[in-house]
Each structure stands twice: as structure tokens, then as C-alpha cells.
Design a protein around this ligand. Structure first.
Ligand code: PXP
Length: 237
């Protein structure tokens, strides 16, 4: 199991004062030193938190895997094709959302996404689609040439009681199994924390987790390096 750390939340803190602190590059370096397998950043259309310059600096300075999360928006696509992250994760993007709110509807935009995936493949960029754990989204992702699906774990994380959480877990398990059987790489993320991550980490079909908010929140009390190490211990147990 690999663990990639979403450091958007560092950029959110920086945005709070509009300056240069806390430093994104330093955050990525600390995550790497702690043993993280990669760094995730979301370049939004409105550049709310992560800026173009952050993507360039991270690409040039950090040797770990760089996963660029993005909407399938032409301007952002051309930036990704120029900067060449190792992986792009396509997500739906709504302007007013606080964070990504749900999976991509691959089924309804197969042709558009197929072309976007082909353009990334021409530059040897691996493409992941962030989807809800629904069989039709997974088979559609395979059909249009995605390399990886990232299963949205938000509903599992936010479930109001143990029955609802169990249902969500079973859906994620089945989706991961289906995706693997189709030859897709399987990532998972959103809302995972130190309490709910273990069950997901134990699903053998999942290759990688993308976790941000809980780690940065923990880091306020324990420091970023310790927070990453604690999560790594849970994810790689
Ligand atoms: N995966 C995707 C596609 C996301 O949009 C996010 C949130 O930015 C995450 C994973 C990480 O979620 P969290 O910050 O809740 O750990």
C-alpha cells in the first residue's frame, strides 16, 4: 500500500494570510522525509489555494511521485501537459465547493474524457479518475482507457452510523475488486482519518491512498513528520 499526502491544506493556511507561509515545498519535503510515497495537489480553475507556480516548483524540486488533481478544464489540461506530473487525477469541480464533493460522472461524459485521457497518454502521464464506488462508473472508466480509478471514500467517512458505514465499506470493497479484475490500478481517498483508515487499508485490491486533511490537522499538535509517520504505520501495517 502506498500513501500519498494531499498538501492543499497547507496552501489553504497560506491563503489565510495571503503570504508565503507555510511553505508548500517545505511541507512536501517533510512528507517525503517521513516516508510518504507521493504528493498530491489540486490545481483548481480559480487557483484558490494551489497556484501554477506551486505546481512548477514541486515538479522541479521534489523527486517523489507528483499527483496533480484537476478538473477536465482546457486551461488546466494544457498546464498539466506542459508540467508533466507523474499522475493526473481527474475530479469534478464545482466553484463554490469547500472540497471535492463527489466522484466524476464518467458514464455521462465518456467521449470527452476518452479524448482527455488520450492526450495525457501521448505525454506518458498516467491517468486516474476519481469515481464513486459504483460498478457502472468503474466499467466506463476502463472502457475509455483510464489507468487507475480513485475510489471516493467520503460517504464511508461521513456515514452517520455503523450500518451505513458498513454498506459504504461493502460498496468500496466490491468496487475495488471489480476494478482490479478489469486490470485498473486502485486508489482511494477523501475523508480518511486515523480512526477510519484501517478497514480501507486492509482491502488488498487497493494500491494507494490519498489523504490530506486529517494528517495536516494532526500535524498542528504533533508536527507534520510525526503525523505522516503515524498514518504510514496505519496504512502499511
Ligand atoms: N482524493 C481526492 C480526489 C480529493 O479531492 C481529496 C481532497 O482534496 C482527497 C483525496 C483527500 O481528502 P482529505 O483531505 O479529506 O484526506
Amino acid at each position: 500500500m502506498q500513501l500519498c499526502i494531499n498538501i492543499d491544506h497547507i496552501a489553504k493556511l497560506r491563503y489565510a494570510r495571503g503570504g508565503t507561509e507555510p511553505d508548500i515545498l517545505e511541507a512536501a519535503a517533510v512528507c517525503k522525509k517521513a516516508g510518504a510515497d507521493g504528493i498530491v495537489i489540486h490545481l483548481r480553475e480559480d487557483r484558490r489555494h494551489i497556484k501554477d507556480r506551486d505546481v512548477e516548483i514541486l515538479r522541479n524540486e521534489i523527486q517523489t511521485k507528483l499527483d496533480l488533481e484537476m478538473g477536465a478544464n482546457e486551461e488546466i489540461i494544457s498546464i498539466a501537459l506542459r508540467i508533466l506530473p507523474d499522475l493526473v487525477t481527474l475530479v469534478p469541480e464545482r466553484r463554490r465547493e469547500l472540497t471535492t464533493e463527489g466522484g466524476l460522472d464518467v458514464v455521462s461524459q465518456k467521449e470527452k474524457l476518452r479524448t482527455v485521457i488520450q492526450r495525457f497518454h501521448e505525454k506518458n502521464i498516467v491517468v486516474s479518475l476519481f469515481v464513486d464506488p459504483q460498478p457502472e462508473q468503474i466499467t466506463a472508466s476502463k472502457e475509455i482507457g483510464a489507468d487507475i480509478i480513485e475510489l471516493h471514500t467520503g460517504e464511508y467517512a461521513d456515514a452517520k452510523n455503523s450500518d451505513a458505514q458498513e454498506q459504504c465499506f461493502q460498496a468500496i470493497y466490491a468496487a475495488a475488486k471489480l476494478g482490479k479484475s478489469l486490470g485498473l490500478g486502485i486508489n482511494a481517498g477523501h475523508g480518511l482519518n486515523y480512526k477510519n483508515v484501517r478497514r480501507i487499508a486492509e482491502i488488498s485490491f487497493i494500491d494507494e491512498m490519498s489523504i490530506g486533511f486529517s494528517i495536516i490537522s494532526r500535524a498542528v499538535f504533533t508536527g507534520l513528520e510525526n503525523a505522516v509517520k503515524e498514518m504510514l504505520a496505519l496504512v502499511k501495517k
